[in-house]
Design a protein around this ligand. Sequence first.
Ligand code: RIB
Ligand code: CA
Length: 316
Amino acid sequence: MLRKILIDCDTGIDDALALLYALKHPQVQVLGISTGFGNTSADQAAENTLRIIRLAQPGYEVPVFVGASKPLEGDWAGPNVKVHGINGIGGVVLPRSEQKVSAEPAPDWIVRIARQMPGELTLVTLGRLTNLALALQQEPRLPELLKNVVTMGGAVVAPGNASPVAEANIMGDPEAADLVMQAGFNLLLVGLDVTHRVQLSKAHLDALSRHCPPENQAISDFLQEVMEPYFDFNRHADHFLDRCPTHDPLAMLLAVDPTPGIYRKMPVRVECGGTFCRGMIVADRRTVPMEGPYITVCVDVDAERALETLLSVFTD
Ligand code: RIB
Ligand code: CA
């Protein structure tokens, strides 16, 4: 069965791998990709996305839409150059695409396509939840119109990465994230609890370059180049040696095939105030939890299987 997927992202290094996975997957049709601020600006993320689509050569049209340039409240802190380089993709310069971004704003596109294909679409969010929150403000029935939402974000029991307790996608717009958590979407949260356990290594990339067919050689070369600065960052951040977590790729993978994950349902809120805890996920794991819609949280994952599945779309 062909899965119809919408992607909302902030095309940085791990987003790029997630996009390539979706665009190369034979059972996935990517109906469009929207971008927002985060790892880089929304405009730069769109430019990166156009170039990634050109690299993937999916064999069908994938329109690209630009969305929010700042969070619902306050301003954007600027690009995360330390992690994702000067252009969001580690400074790697991919060939330009002939394709242009669509004129329609990202939230309008999400609402329009969800109304056109009610109950059919999976939205995968790989960045801040601002575009989805803006779409929800336009169309409060969005939780019924979308089949499901898979979100890379948060940390339920694991430490944060943007602060001791907060993950970057949630910390980047806590108000938007909390709106989304409360809206009643059929939502799967894929957070640092599991993305940190699925670690892509230099050895995986070397194996990929040995086993990829000629048509995927450019993808393999790009991954080798783009992951180098990401491995460096992760060595300094977490003492990882030539390996990195797979935040966005794991969310994309579980959106397509949830079987490597183990899940629990719980109400989830986002701390929007606080001195130390802004952006923290507050997941109620008590037997009798607080009122509120239940969110599905990925609490464990078969890391080996997830990695092999991830790379399998590029190998022969
Ligand atoms: O915390 C990891 C997430 O923040 C990933 O989506 C990464 O691309 C950044 O957006
Ligand atoms: Ca991202």
